[in-house]
Design a protein around this ligand. Structure first.
Ligand SMILES: Cc1cc2nc3c(=O)[nH]c(=O)nc-3n(C[C@H](O)[C@H](O)[C@H](O)COP(=O)(O)O)c2cc1C
Length: 365
């Protein structure tokens, strides 16, 4: 199976299945000398782990990480960093039925057709648990970016019909509300809506937004390595993400050039933009404004309602999924989005170091 490795210089390989012994990541290309502890990584993993509130699956996972290599006396050594998270809450019995049929909205059917064989326990490699490796690597990427003055912040923008109000934006609420919304009032309404849908044995979709501040100008390359293209790929690779928008996103198709163009101006002796419809990227390169990205996430495919499907013998059947599933994926996926954005930006920053003769000369002479 190809495709478990991502990045050019800061390169990650995630490994493991949801019901195997452990999951994790190997990170190659992390510079030597970064202070790094298991606590740094755990802080991010805890934002992703289930069982923290009534809108999250009751499946309790410790998701405790262990750094196996690449760190000595509290600092990265420049060698591959291997991070492992043991699976402690596997209940394969919950999933044994899935072996015989295809769950709607899941990768069961496509996996079977492609490989002729699949680890059916909780989705195997297609499980949301695969994202543990991404988040562990993301924690390191975020730490490196912070050292360069770059911050990456993702949060829940909407859940079903409930939207956060930008006027009530409270950064601390992202970490304190069970929805990961930056607006406590909207979060309470979203919880009510989720409780309603859970009673109806249904699930809900939503959107997440990510803001990057402090990004230098000119990161990303025109043509195939455009920053917006690479960010879109990184975010679309997260399970259940169905659309990605940069800046004004899909709204640009309904506007006019005179409104959509961001006028340039001078601010404190530097070129700046009066607006940021472009979302901080022009021609595939960062333009110095904050980078704004949104991702649209589908409702959790595993619902407890009766659904129609087909079994491996080609018979039409009705199923009611058991097990432990979130009624919404978004609150646990925001830190995955933050991680994938950070990994992509850090890699692009490293690639950019060889873009100009003068930078090479400055570095080596
Ligand atoms: C963090 C995270 C947690 C997830 N948890 C669940 C879950 O509990 N139940 C479920 O049915 N799907 C869950 N998913 C979504 C499925 O993994 C995904 O929808 C499925 O593999 C099909 O892939 P696709 O939606 O990208 O086509 C989760 C995804 C993420 C990113």
């Amino acid at each position: 199976m190809a495709g478990s490795t991502y990045g050019n210089i800061f390169k990650i390989t995630t490994w493991g299945e949801s019901h195997g012994k452990a999951l994790g990541v190997v990170i190659d290309g992390c510079p030597a000398g970064l202070s790094l502890s298991e606590e740094d990584i755990q802080e991010y993993l805890d934002r992703r782990k289930p069982g923290k509130s009534k809108i999250s699956t009751p499946r309790k996972e410790d998701d405790a990480c262990e750094i196996l290599s690449g760190v000595f006396e509290g600092k990265t050594t420049g060698t591959p960093i291997s991070i492992m998270v043991p699976n402690t809450s596997q209940r394969s019995g919950d999933y044994s039925e899935i072996a015989s049929y295809y769950r709607p909205g899941h990768a069961d059917y496509t996996f079977d057709q492609k490989y002729g064989f699949r680890d059916y326990r909780g989705g195997g490699r297609s499980s949301g648990r695969e994202t543990i490796g991404r988040v562990a690597a993301g924690a390191i990427a975020c730490k490196l970016l912070k050292e360069m003055g770059i911050t990456v912040m993702a949060y829940t923008k909407s859940i079903g019909p409930v939207e956060t109000d930008p006027a009530k934006f409270d950064r601390d609420a992202i970490l304190s509300t069970p929805t990961a919304m930056p607006d406590t009032e909207a979060s309470a309404r979203a919880e009510e809506y989720l409780a309603e849908k859970m009673m109806e044995k249904d699930s809900v979709g939503g959107t997440m937004e990510c803001i990057v501040e402090g990004m230098p100008i000119g990161i990303g390359d025109p043509v195939f390595e455009k920053l917006d293209a690479n960010l879109s790929k990184a975010i679309m690779s997260i399970g259940a993400v169905k659309a990605v928008e940069i800046g004004d996103g899909t709204a640009v198709s309904k506007t006019v050039g005179s409104k959509n163009n961001d006028a340039f101006c001078m601010e404190d002796g530097k070129v700046s933009k009066k607006t940021n419809h472009a979302g901080g990227i022009l021609g595939g390169m960062s333009d110095g404004s904050p980078i704004l990205i949104r991702a649209h996430v589908k409702p959790t495919p595993s619902i407890f309602r009766t659904q129609e499907t087909v079994n491996r013998n080609g018979e039409e059947i009705e199923i009611a999924i058991k097990g432990r599933h979130d009624p919404i994926i978004v609150p646990r996926a925001v830190v995955v989005m933050e991680s994938m954005v950070a990994i992509t930006l850090l890699d692009a920053l490293m690639v950019n170091m060889s873009a100009r003769m003068d930078s090479l000369i400055e570095f080596y002479r």
